[in-house]
Design a protein around this ligand. Sequence first.
Ligand code: GBH
Length: 462
Amino acid sequence: MSLKTKFPTDFVWGTATSAYQIEGAAALDGRGPSIWDAFCDEAGRVANGDSGDQACDHYHRFREDIALMADMGVTAYRFSISWPRILPDGTNSTLNQAGIDFYNALIDCCLEHGIQPWATLYHWDLPQALQEHEDGWLNPAMADRFADYAAVCFEHFGDRVKHWITINEAWVVAILGYGQGVFAPGRTSNVEPYQVAHHLLLAHAKAVDIYRRQFKPAQSGLIGITNNCDWREPKTDSQADREAAQRALEFFLAWFADPIYLGNYPDSMREYVAERLPVFTEAERDLVLGSSDFFGLNHYTTMYASQSGDQVQESAVYGNGGLSEDQQIDLSVDPQWKKTTMQWAVVPWGCRKLLHWIADRYKNPPIYITENGCAYDDHPVDGEVHDQARIDYYAAYLEECAHAIEQGVDLRGYFAWSMLDNFEWASGYGQRFGLHYVNFETMERIPKASARWFKAQLNPEG
Ligand code: GBH
């Protein structure tokens, strides 16, 4: 029996990418630099000195890539729009027509193949001019800059794009960009992440407000935000560890989802972060509350959480799940768990538990998993890539998704990360998440065994 039969017939099946990770053509056709171009230029920031200058050259090869998606049988493609390709200096004083043309062609190509375009407006590539001259996401004015840019996208693409995602993973921007400093713009602080997060939430909400008032009446699409969350399992059955795991999830996901679904930051954060946590004005609260038509979720892995002792634990790869001293939490993994090359543990049941946690806390919202996937050390052997571990990962995670749906969770779609091997941020090209292998010298694409497996699941009749 194919996997597809375990899901509702209108379930959305897709793959996902993001602009800076695949497009390349960084200096072409009027694109302005982003904070990731600048970050890659700083010595020691990205493994191997890699950058997204060429990436997968998707800018020139999108037709081939979309044909590969169509061949898999997916019905949706989640991509992101590069803000500096549309507005090179970040402001709408200069519109880059070549950028508009590119996304028009991309969107049309999707539709010609029967693939619904799901567009993310911000997947971390802030125009460098806004960072340099306006202090980026530390500046509350970024929310208006973002809303202006979003409106340009709605105006040009909203006749065909019916699913919008405002911000990808505000947690990553705040924590990895401003807390741990391992992502652009590379700052380390225990105050700035909370300010940046506040501004990202307001940016999201302003864009949604504009969409709903000015565009939705004619375009009638849906708009939401995508947050990321790894599952946190209590390390022991003790009351302290159960509270620790709950608190860890609140600092991870409820940080962003509570204001949108419940109207404020979680109590635990207000208590533990205290005066460093911004306070919503009444007008802000009203703007943010109810500002997502669906619950976008990126999920990859699971860790145990326990109440921290005196020693704050050192990081795994991207660190300890946030500012752990603020949470008073220690994280660990079971040595039995398999790991991907990112060192992230493969724990399929964590995905089901997280889906239930969201359904319980937010009154069963419609959820789309907008990213789930894994990196392995893939290489072609006689022209084929045998990534059985990736097939096992997807099969097991999707099995847990099917269970969650059976048990009443309103999960409506699933996007595999990623369509292609690509520029994996601070890891450069050293981590391969793709369903398709990319030879970064020749730019040749090879569907991995996992892509063929997906195809078989999605086309049970062959
Ligand atoms: C996503 O972020 C991004 O949206 C995407 O661009 C990226 O390519 C993809 O994932 C793969 O990285 O070190 O064990 O504590 C992922 C967010 C946050 C997920 C940190 C894993 C750390 C696990 N990640 N989390 S651990």
